[in-house]
Design a protein around this ligand. Structure first.
Ligand code: AMP
Length: 194
């Protein structure tokens, strides 16, 4: 049973690494951003509520996000562990996740921080904007997302560090190198690959 969380600024490569780690550790990668995007695409009620926040680069309100993740974590595939990508993003979400996990007699094993320089992530996101056309990858929105990250999400790193579950991994370099670094860091902290 492995419960992991990937945290880091937009553009650090969380989505890419989450997909690889999910395969390597046989757990589902759960990305609130992906779930929101698919709801927007399918024009669900949740998608309609979330869209304006996402397009502006703001966090979707905690009330919507917490509800969504509670349902997702209750699904059968998440019972054997999971890798969270992009959740929690606020202190309120940390409390919500703590409550949920405690209610199931569980806790996060490790939190992986992908460490990346802001200039590098802006350049990466500019590239993604031209390749994938994501509506929130426009330059001004990207800068705003980084500010939102700094204000609302970065403080969570200290929270998890104080709990002694934080591992820091340099997010620069090739995709393979970063994955290898994460796998090594997890093994060093007692989370081996299955
Ligand atoms: P991401 O794919 O993680 O960069 O998320 C894309 C967008 O989805 C964010 O800019 C937010 O608008 C929204 N979003 C994703 N995860 C969360 C979350 N945990 N809390 C609030 N908003 C979120």
């Amino acid at each position: 049973m492995t419960r992991l969380l990937l945290i880091g600024p937009p553009g650090a490569g969380k989505g890419t690494q989450a997909a690889r780690l999910a395969e390597a550790y046989l757990i589902p990668a759960i990305s609130t951003g992906d779930i929101f995007r698919s709801n927007v695409k399918n024009e669900t009620e949740l998608g309609k509520k979330a869209k304006a926040y996402m397009d502006a680069g703001d966090n979707v309100p905690d009330s919507l996000t917490n509800d969504l993740i509670r349902h997702r974590l209750a699904e059968p595939d998440a019972q054997a562990g999971f890798l969270l990508d992009g959740y929690p993003r606020t202190e309120d979400q940390v409390r919500e996740l703590d409550d949920f996990l405690e209610g199931h007699g569980a806790a996060l094993d490790l939190v992986i921080e992908l460490v990346a320089d802001p200039d590098v992530v802006v350049a990466r996101l500019r590239k993604r904007a031209s390749e994938q056309g994501r509506s929130d990858d426009d330059e001004t929105v990207v800068r705003h997302r980084l500010d939102v990250y700094r204000q609302q999400t970065e403080p969570l790193i200290d929270v998890y560090d104080a709990r002694r579950v934080l591992v820091r991994v340099d997010a620069l370099g090739s995709i393979d190198d970063v994955t290898a670094r994460i796998v090594r860091a997890l093994a060093d902290r007692g989370v081996p690959q299955p």
